[in-house]
Design a protein around this ligand. Structure first.
Ligand code: PLP
Length: 391
């Protein structure tokens, strides 16, 4: 028999599942129990700490090998990776770029850096990512085919690309999204910042679009302190991204010749040293996180009024962040639950404020966002560090 909805019961279910009397339990902590110290010491000994060195190349090879994506360019953070990925795929001033309203701010900011315009799309509950069927119906209404792409009939601007973000590590439903992109001639870019180790139909997230990005910030599944990467199967895009990340300097023994206005975005070797050690531990992290997700799901199987999000049929998720999803009728009690857990030192979080509500993005075009708005009211992210899954 199912119990009736009760905030105290929800709070207790979460407390029971987590280690007791260990002080604060963060939403997501990195773990450095591998070769981090060894590789950083080697890095210091060699004095190669900065913008070139052997660890960066090794880390990039590890990323390419693990994801099965041919080329990886490591950069200073995920936001810079997004900026470069959009730049090299040809996004420019005045273009509209479709992206979910339910994402971290960096996805939209990178679009803005290029003078392009974020155009917000809705998310579906099944994946927590872009809703391809709804996007399709929307584009059928507002988009007109044009030479080499499509146009927004209302704004008169070209709609150039879609950025799919794999929310909390869970893959977007890529097949129908790819179909929409094909029919409307949209460039697909994947914001896989949260989904290293997540697969859709046995292919790694980030391998479906023309380019993809990863983040290795302190709260992501692996961390290099700060860091990010651009992934692509396209050698030309990769070379261009690499070149623009290193001030567009033409390789030469001594001369400083640059052939474009570019960026200082290359990942420092000392950060990559952390990355090499973290990649060795990634399979273990994923095992622990999937185990933790399973325990949350079991614990809430008999609780009324809320579920713990489960990967969809085509997905194998890294479960970067576990998600408690309240039923709509209980969403007004979300903050009571969060307050109760914070009082116990359990640092749960709501999701991001939808981007179209923020002052700098209020004027941007958007479709009906009722799916994302519902999710925004109902999501509570649960502590999800790998160590909680018994690694
Ligand atoms: C973390 C994150 C980024 C940005 O990565 P940084 O390394 O913090 O710059 C971009 N998009 C999403 C969805 C993220 O979660």
């Amino acid at each position: 028999m199912k119990s009736t909805f009760d905030t105290a019961c929800i709070i207790q279910t979460i407390i029971n599942l987590l280690p007791q009397n260990q002080g604060i339990i963060a939403l997501h902590e990195p773990g450095f129990r591998g070769n981090e110290r060894l590789y950083i010491e080697e890095c210091l000994q060699s004095t190669w700490v900065s913008s070139s060195g052997p660890c960066v190349n090794r880390f990039e090879q590890q990323l390419a090998e693990y994801t099965g994506i041919k080329y990886a360019a490591a950069v200073v953070n995920g936001t810079a990776a997004l900026h470069l990925a959009l730049h090299v795929t040809g996004i420019t001033r005045g273009d509209e770029v479709l992206l979910p309203a339910l994402t971290f701010i960096a996805t939209a900011n990178a679009v803005s850096y290029l003078g392009a315009v974020p155009h917000f799309a809705d998310s579906e509950e099944r994946t927590l990512g872009l809703d391809p069927a709804k996007l399709d119906r929307y584009l059928a209404r507002i988009a007109a085919p044009g030479p080499g792409g499509c146009w927004n009939k209302k704004s008169g601007r070209p709609i150039k690309a879609v950025v799919a973000m794999h929310t909390f590590g869970h893959p977007v439903d890529m097949d129908p999204l790819l179909d929409v992109c094909r029919r409307y001639k949209l460039i697909l870019i994947e914001d896989a910042a949260q989904s290293l180790g997540s697969f859709y139909k046995n292919r790694h997230t980030g391998s479906w679009g023309r380019a993809a990005v990863l983040s290795f910030n302190g709260n992501k599944i692996i961390s290099t302190g700060g860091g990010g990467a651009i992934l692509t199967q396209d050698e030309i895009l990769f070379q261009r991204a690499r070149h623009l990340s290193t001030q567009a300097r033409i390789p030469h023994k001594w001369s400083f010749v640059h052939d474009a206005v570019a960026y200082n975005y290359r990942m420092p070797n000392i950060n990559a040293a952390l990355g090499c050690a973290q990649m060795e531990q990634l399979p273990g992290f994923i095992k622990s996180k999937r185990n933790l997700a399973h325990r949350y799901q079991e614990a809430f199987a008999e609780v009324d009024g809320a579920i713990v999000f489960k990967e969809s049929q085509n997905a194998c998720s890294n479960y970067w962040l576990n998600t408690l999803l309240l039923n709509e009728e209980h969403s007004h009690q979300r903050d009571i639950i969060m307050e109760g857990l914070h009082q116990q030192g359990i640092l749960v979080r709501p999701t991001w404020t939808l981007l179209h509500k923020l002052p700098m993005y209020r004027e941007c075009p958007h479709m009906d966002l009722s799916g994302a708005e519902s999710l925004e009211r109902r999501i509570i992210n649960l502590p999800s560090s790998a160590y909680l899954g018994g690694a």
